[in-house]
Ligand binder design. Sequence first.
Ligand code: FAD
Length: 288
Amino acid sequence: MKISDLFGKKRVLVSFEFFPPKDTESETILDETVSRLRRFEPDFVSVTYGAGGRTRAGTMSWTLRIKEKYGQNVMMHLTCIASSREDIDRIISDLKSEDIRNVLALRGDPPRDFPAHEIRDDFQYAYQLVEYLRSKNGFSIGVAGYPEGHVEAPSLEKDMEYLKRKVDSGADFVITQIFFDNRYFYEFMNRAARERIGVPIVPGIMPIINLGQIQRFTDMCGATVPDRIVRNMEGRNAADMFRVGVDGAIDQCRELLEFGVAGLHFYTLNRNGATEEILEEIITDVRA
Ligand code: FAD
């Protein structure tokens, strides 16, 4: 089912993000995670894609597996940086023949160890991939948004102009980067309204259950971990950190639901524990 059609039908969509596992043990964990999270009846689940096509086989096979074995509505992420038009054409053809109609269209980051001769410049920005996918008909297209601005963007305003360009090129909805202070999201929504972006914008949620890991991750993606969260987490053992992080995410989701978000997209990191605990608390409000 096309995600763009679901927004009109449901008040709040729930979705889960996974990445293709690298070894047999991680595959077993992902199978268990997908299976356990099914009881929340997600509106869609997504599978990430490595820039330059590095996870192409894994992304495609897990997208299909989750669709066929677990009966889930799937969305495949697709990055375009360092990909040729022919590469993208092949993927579009595979998506169509497997009847996968939901795509998150991304630029991606140029892989650090990519040989220079393999870098193609057919697509430089995500909006070009959106335009291209739109010209191929039949896809529901999502794009990425950045409440704190993309790390390379010259200003928040410019970043929003570029987001508008993705929407004007044919994107149906936006999923955001993680953020840990809802004020970033509210300001982002104000900027989006000023730019007259009318498509649904879904906040990306990831609980902080391991301070060290999240700080490494946020350094890469530019999300700020507020000092009050760092102070509250420091010195705690793993179990306490998990509890504090999950409770914080429950509060964050409740506030976002009250604000009136179009969906909640959970970055699961392929684990079910935290996402399950959060949803157990909020699912009644989500489905109300
Ligand atoms: P773009 O929208 O093209 O923006 C990239 C940068 O260029 C921004 O700084 C923007 O302000 C600027 N820009 C845009 N248009 C223009 C223009 N016309 N002129 C000048 N500057 C411009 N990465 C992966 O590799 N695989 C994944 O599966 C993946 N999934 C993601 C899912 C979500 C929900 C999010 C939020 C991010 C995801 N990413 C993923 C990360 C993403 O690929 C990176 O953040 C990447 O650096 C930017 O991709 P983009 O699609 O936002 O790029």
